[in-house]
Design a protein around this ligand. Structure first.
Ligand code: AMP
Length: 132
């Protein structure tokens, strides 16, 4: 059965889309650690990130870099953190977590309330700042 992320990529489930190319797709995490928390996934569905072919893994990190720099530019972060865990959704993905101040807690257990309107705005702001 297709993963929830494959359904998002195929447009069967809605998301706050940020960017995509032929091989990768980025969208906001619906349970954000901080405003702008983004997931980057390969379109090819593989559960464990270290089972990805080398070139797919490299491409995933290169695409994540573009999106992270867009987050930094759009949201005025001090940097964007990277988390890979993958225990909930069996489709390899990178979490990009905007860090706004020193000492900001950055871990997957934490959640920030963000309204639907703000999620839409964040996706637009970041999407515009991601360089092709
Ligand atoms: P993990 O597999 O533990 O690395 O985390 C999976 C992440 O996917 C969690 O942070 C969820 O909030 C996120 N997530 C699950 N379903 C959706 C969805 N439909 N749209 C956006 N993010 C999702």
């Amino acid at each position: 059965m297709a993963s929830i992320f494959t359904k998002i990529i195929n447009g069967e489930i809605p998301c706050y889309k940020i960017a995509e190319d032929d091989s990768y797709f980025a969208f906001l995490d619906i349970n954000p650690i901080s405003e702008g928390h983004t997931l980057v996934v390969p379109k090819k569905e593989v559960d464990y990130i270290f089972d990805l072919e080398d070139e797919v893994l490299t491409g995933l990190m290169n695409f994540s870099k573009k999106v992270a720099l867009g987050i930094d530019e759009a949201l005025g972060t001090i940097r964007t953190g990277v988390i890979v865990e993958g225990m909930e959704v069996p489709h390899a993905h990178v979490h990009l977590v905007p860090i706004y101040f020193e000492g900001q807690p950055v871990s997957l257990g934490r959640k920030t309330e963000v309204s639907k309107e703000r999620m839409e705005e964040l996706a637009q702001l970041i999407g515009k700042a991601v360089k092709a």
